[in-house]
Design a protein. Structure first.
Length: 171
C-alpha cells in the first residue's frame, strides 16, 4: 500500500511539472521566441501558449512596445572643421521579433552605432550655421536612413530627435 501511494505521489508530481513546462504565458506587448533543439520553431504571441515540454524552449522574450534610447552627447565635425556636440534620442519599435533575435546580436547597440555614423555623415556635409538651423532636416534624413537600414533587423525607427546641438566654446 505504501509503494502505491509513493508511486501515485511521484506520478502526481510528474504531471504537475509536465503541465508547468507545457504552458507558457507571454505578457502583453511581448513576443516569445521558441527553439526546438536549438533551432527556431515558432513565435509566441501574448497570452496563454502551449509548447512541447523538455523539447521546446522559450529562449527570448522580445518587447514589442516603442522603445526610447537616449545616446550620450557625441562630438561631430562639421564641414567647416568645427566640433559640435550632439545629443540624440531614437524612438523605435520591434516589428519582427524573429529578425530582431537572429539577424543582429544586440539591436540597441547596433542602432546606437548606426545613428552615430549616420549623424557624422549628415552633419559632416553641413557647415555650423546649417547644422544649428536645420534640426528638422537632420532629424528627417537620419530617421530615413535608420529606418531603411534597421528594417532587415525587424525594427522600425519612428522618430529621431536631436535634444541638443552645442557649438564649440570658442564661438
Amino acid at each position: 500500500m505504501d509503494v502505491v501511494l509513493i508511486l501515485l505521489a511521484l506520478l502526481l508530481i510528474f504531471v504537475i511539472v509536465l503541465l508547468a513546462k507545457t504552458v507558457r504565458i507571454v505578457p502583453q506587448a511581448r513576443a516569445g521566441i521558441v527553439e526546438r533543439f536549438g533551432k527556431y520553431r515558432i513565435s509566441l504571441s501574448a497570452g496563454l501558449n502551449v509548447v512541447v515540454p523538455f523539447i521546446d524552449k522559450v529562449r527570448y522574450t522580445i518587447d514589442l512596445r516603442e522603445q526610447v534610447v537616449s545616446f550620450p552627447p557625441q562630438p561631430v565635425i562639421t564641414q567647416d572643421n568645427l566640433v559640435v556636440s550632439i545629443d540624440t534620442v531614437i524612438y523605435f519599435q520591434v516589428t519582427d521579433p524573429v529578425a530582431a533575435t537572429y539577424e543582429i546580436a544586440n539591436y540597441i547597440q547596433a542602432v546606437e552605432q548606426l545613428t552615430m555614423t549616420t549623424l557624422r555623415n549628415i552633419v559632416g556635409g553641413m557647415d555650423l550655421e546649417g547644422t544649428l538651423t536645420s534640426r528638422d532636416e537632420i532629424n528627417n534624413r537620419l530617421r530615413g536612413v535608420l529606418d531603411e537600414a534597421t528594417g532587415k533587423w525587424g525594427l522600425r525607427v519612428s522618430r529621431v530627435e536631436l535634444k541638443a546641438i552645442d557649438p564649440p566654446l570658442s564661438i
